[in-house]
Every structure is written in C-alpha cells, then in structure tokens.
Design a protein around this ligand. Structure first.
Ligand code: FES
Length: 172
C-alpha cells in the first residue's frame, strides 16, 4: 500500500510540470506541437505516459499525439542524458574531422553508434546536420553552448568540466 502511494505521489509530481505547460497553452489541441516542445525541453524526451496524458488532457486520440511525436525528428521518445553533446556532421565539419570528436566522446563516455546515452542518464551524444556555423567547423554544441573549432582535447575537457560540476553540485 505504502509503495503504491509513493508511486502515485511520484507520478503526480512528475506530471505537475506537464499540467503547468498544458495550462499555459490553454489546453488547446491546435498548440500540440509547442506543447510537446515545451514538455521535451523539461523532460528531455516524451515518455509513453506523457503522450497518453497529453492526449487525454487535450481530448485527442493518443495515436494523433504519437503520430506528431514520431513525425518530427526533433522529438525523442527515448530518455536522454542531462547533458547533451550535439556534434555537427555536416560537410564542412566532416571535412574538419568532426569524426575525431565523436570517437573521443564515445571512448571517454563508453558510448557508441548503438548507445548514445550513458546508463546514468548523465550524457547523450547527438549527431546533427549543418548547424549553420560552417566557418567555425568543426562545431559542437554542449548544453546549448556553441563551441567552434573544437578538438578532441576540448571535447574531453568539456566532459571533465561537466563531471566536475556535477560532483561539486552533489558536494562530492
Ligand atoms: S557543416 Fe557543421 S556547421 Fe555547417
């Protein structure tokens, strides 16, 4: 019984932010895309539970919400790490050896093409096409901050910085 109560409380807490976003958008089904974007900004991905909840709240079929969430590449249905390393794999960056950055990050974080999010949900590596800053190639965006003319050493240092900040935040 206690476990059920705990689980319910967790779910209510989890959905509090979703409710706030729905309210801010007046529960308007025509605002489904911005609603999903705002939810993803908070949770980093769209879980099955959230998709069903949004469908119910907006009174639209779950299949419709699911269809929108899967149509746009921007949406993710899988959990992502707290820190996102986004590497450009456009032509200019590729020529400037963006692949070396990718390999360095894979090796440092024990990730691969098949597994791009760490088990502790701390890191996700994403590959994107041209970020529109080709003059700065190779370009990497870490938690929204652009790093031009990146090198494997810079990539490693950025990972170390995140790890150090996380440790400091936990008081380790
Ligand atoms: S190809 Fe990487 S920013 Fe354009």
């Amino acid at each position: 019984m206690q476990e059920t109560l705990e689980a319910t409380k967790k779910m209510v807490d989890y959905l509090a932010k979703v409710n706030e976003i729905l309210e801010n958008n007046q529960n308007d089904p025509s605002r489904l895309i911005p609603i999903l974007q705002q939810i993803q900004d908070v949770y980093k991905y769209l879980s099955k539970d959230v998709i069903s909840y949004v469908a119910t709240a907006l009174d639209v079929p779950v299949a419709h919400v699911y269809g929108v969430a899967t149509f746009y590449a921007h949406f993710s249905l899988n959990p992502k790490g707290k820190h996102i390393f986004r590497l450009c794999d456009g032509t200019a960056c590729h020529v400037k050896k963006s692949h070396d950055l990718l390999e360095t990050l894979y090796s440092k974080l024990n990730l691969s093409d098949e597994k791009r999010t760490s088990d502790d949900l701390m890191f996700t590596i994403e590959l994107v096409s041209c970020l529109g800053a080709c003059g700065l190639a190779p370009v990497m965006v870490v938690d929204g901050e652009v790093h031009g003319q990146s090198t494997p050493k810079i990539a490693e240092e950025l990972v170390d910085k995140v790890i150090a900040e996380e440790a400091a935040a936990k008081g380790v």
